[in-house]
Every structure is written in structure tokens, then in C-alpha cells.
Design a protein around this ligand. Structure first.
Ligand code: AMP
Ligand code: MG
Length: 347
């Protein structure tokens, strides 16, 4: 066990450039320690990307497989040039349109970051987050910060400091608590070394938004075809999973009602993952949790991971979940839901 400090920062009222909490967290980073901090997507677990020891601490604290590379977080264009050999015109267009923001670009690595960050690949994943606390922390440290999501590997990603405490207390030097994160799902990962560019992980920036700026983009076939290995190593792992066995039910409410009714003959505790519009429809279920409004896909993304964690606290044995349209951010929501359900679908 190590001592885990808690630094509270209110992004709305703090003078972030001079904030003593942020300075304390930045000091830990420059000493090679690892600290969690809020970004606009989920909480990240940061360490000095140039320092192998720090990067290894991240893998250890999360229990993350070492072949799953980390995203490097930067605050300035100069830091990007330090890390990557080449920023091609398409990558430049994407940076101009979506940075700072929930988009990660895979670019050729200059070898400046530790090869533990890139898992030995010749490319490096880079993102400039927009969350004011993340930006202030990276600037104060003066370092490129390697940061995966601040959860134990396999668990739902953290959208609140409490989630980080639950998974990593005693394993990391500290947590900057800047409140709940906004987008709620991780960044979109785009490989800029292919023509056209390839979406390796759907996330906070949608395919439609990308295509408005650069025209047609490709999908990594490994994301959807079980016979192909995903190019983002992280996408092959079981992920985001609640403790209960979860099933996706595309047929919707009446099919879920049937399934819940059927469970009444078993002694299993049954949960339903639904939306505000439908929450009254499952009186027979033991636990009904709502994940935003069906009419507002951003609200679903925002609360998805917190709801998956809430089912753990309710000790349910089985979860039946509604599904969502894959338009816009819905693509990322369905990707996370189907991983949480380990691909289990009931027709
Ligand atoms: P996380 O750090 O948990 O947000 O996950 C980052 C995702 O980006 C994982 O799926 C990684 O496998 C992927 N990733 C990171 N670096 C690279 C890279 N150089 N090439 C391809 N995928 C990467
Ligand atoms: Mg993660």
C-alpha cells in the first residue's frame, strides 16, 4: 500500500495556473509517481511518458497487460512535435478541428517516449485533452503524460473520483478530484498512418464528425469481425464489465419484460439497464437503473460507466440491457455495452 493523496480542485472557480493542489500533483508526476486526474472523457491515470519506471507503475496499478499501449496526453503543439516524427496533412486537419478534445491520433513515433508506452510499436497514440484541470496539470508538469483510464483493467472506466478511489486507492500517489467527467466514454482512436485513416476505437468524436472534416474514413475490421485481431491492442480484451452476467436485448422492452418474468422462477437478482423514458416498465425486476434519456444519446454516454458500476453495488446476478442506435456517439456506447456484455445478445 502507498499513501494516496486527494487533491480537490473546482475547475469553475480555481485559478488553475497557480493552484497549489495542481502544483502538488504535478510535482508527484515530475518525481516519477503516478496520479489520476479528470479529462473530458473519463479519469486518466497519468505518469511521465518518458520515464519507463512511471509507465511500469501505471501498468502495475491497473493490472493492465503490457502489450496494450497507452495514450500520451499533451497540452501544446510543440509537445506533439517532440513525440512524433511526422504530422501528415490529414492528421493536421484532425488536430485543427478536434483538439483539444476527445480524439486520439496514432502517428509515427520519434522514440522520445518510453517503449513501455508504445508496447514496442513504431507508432504512438497522442491526444490533447480539453478538460481545464488536465491541461493545467500537463502544463504544470512540463511533461508528456502517458495516461490510460484510471480503473483496474477490465472494470468500467471511471467518470468520478470515487470510482478511481474504489479501484486504485493505496496503489497510486494521488487523485485530482475535479468533479464528474463530461463525455463519459473514452476518446476516439484514429490511426493516421493508413490511407484513408482508420477508426481503431469509436469514442467521443463520432465517425460522422470526422468525415465532415476529412471525407471517408475506414473502420478497423478487427472491431467487428471475430476472426480478425483489432489494431488497437486494447480492443481485444474483456473490458468495462460489471460483475453480473450482462445480456443485450435489441428487441427492447417487451422482450426484457418476458426475460425478467422468467427469472422470477430462479433465485437470481435481476437488473435492467434502461432509460428515463422506459424506467417504469419493469416493475418485476429487482433493480432498474437508468442511463440517461434515449432521446439524448450524449446523456446515455455520460452516465453509462457509472451505471455499470452501480449494478456492482446492487449485487445483481444478471443484467438485461436495452440497446441504442449506432448513429453519432451511439457507436461508442454500443461498443462499450457489447464489451461489457462480452458479446452476449438475446434476440
Ligand atoms: P486506454 O488507455 O484504456 O484509453 O486505451 C487506449 C487504446 O488505444 C487501447 O485500445 C490501445 O490499445 C490503443 N492504442 C494506444 N496506442 C496505440 C498505438 N500506437 N497503436 C494502436 N493502438 C494504440
Ligand atoms: Mg481504458
Amino acid at each position: 500500500m502507498i499513501e494516496t493523496q486527494l487533491w480537490r480542485v473546482n475547475p469553475e472557480t480555481a485559478d488553475l495556473e497557480n493552484d497549489l493542489q495542481i502544483k502538488a500533483a504535478a510535482k508527484c508526476l515530475s518525481q516519477g509517481k503516478i496520479v489520476a486526474f479528470p479529462t473530458e472523457t473519463v479519469y486518466g491515470l497519468g505518469g511521465n511518458a518518458k520515464f519507463r519506471d512511471s509507465v511500469q507503475k501505471i501498468y502495475e496499478a491497473k493490472g493492465r497487460p503490457s502489450d496494450n499501449p497507452l495514450i500520451v496526453h499533451v497540452a501544446t503543439a510543440e509537445q506533439v512535435r517532440e513525440i512524433c516524427t511526422e504530422i501528415n496533412p490529414i492528421a493536421k486537419k484532425l488536430m485543427d478541428a478536434f483538439w483539444p478534445g476527445p480524439l486520439t491520433l496514432v502517428l509515427p513515433s520519434r522514440g522520445e517516449v518510453s517503449d513501455a508506452v508504445t508496447a514496442g510499436l513504431s507508432t504512438v497514440a497522442v491526444r490533447m485533452p480539453s478538460h481545464p484541470v488536465a491541461r493545467a496539470l500537463i502544463l504544470a508538469s512540463g511533461l508528456p503524460i502517458a495516461a490510460p483510464s484510471a480503473n483496474s483493467s477490465g472494470h468500467p472506466s471511471p467518470t468520478k473520483a470515487d470510482h478511481v478511489l474504489h479501484d486504485l486507492y493505496g496503489k497510486i500517489a494521488g487523485i485530482v478530484d475535479g468533479g464528474e467527467t463530461g463525455v463519459g466514454v473514452e476518446s476516439t482512436v484514429v490511426d493516421c498512418t493508413t490511407t484513408p485513416v482508420t477508426i481503431l476505437r469509436p469514442g467521443g468524436v463520432s465517425r460522422e464528425q470526422l468525415e465532415e472534416v476529412i471525407g471517408p474514413v475506414a473502420d478497423d475490421p478487427g472491431l467487428t469481425r471475430p476472426d480478425q485481431t483489432p489494431k488497437a491492442p486494447g480492443m481485444k480484451y474483456k473490458h468495462y464489465a460489471p460483475e453480473a452476467t450482462m445480456y443485450l436485448v435489441p428487441a427492447g422492452e417487451s422482450r426484457i419484460q418476458e426475460l425478467v418474468a422468467h427469472e422470477k422462477n430462479s433465485d437470481r437478482r435481476v437488473g435492467v439497464l434502461t432509460t428515463e423514458e422506459n424506467q417504469k416498465d419493469f416493475p418485476q425486476a429487482d433493480v432498474v437503473l437508468t442511463c440517461g434519456r434515449r432521446s439524448d444519446p450524449e446523456s446515455v454516454a455520460h452516465s453509462l460507466f457509472a451505471i455499470l458500476r452501480a449494478f456492482d453495488a446492487e449485487n445483481v446476478d444478471v443484467i438485461y440491457s436495452e440497446t441504442f442506435s449506432e448513429a453519432g456517439i451511439g457507436k461508442a456506447v454500443m461498443n462499450r455495452l457489447s464489451k461489457a456484455a462480452a458479446g452476449r445478445v438475446i434476440e
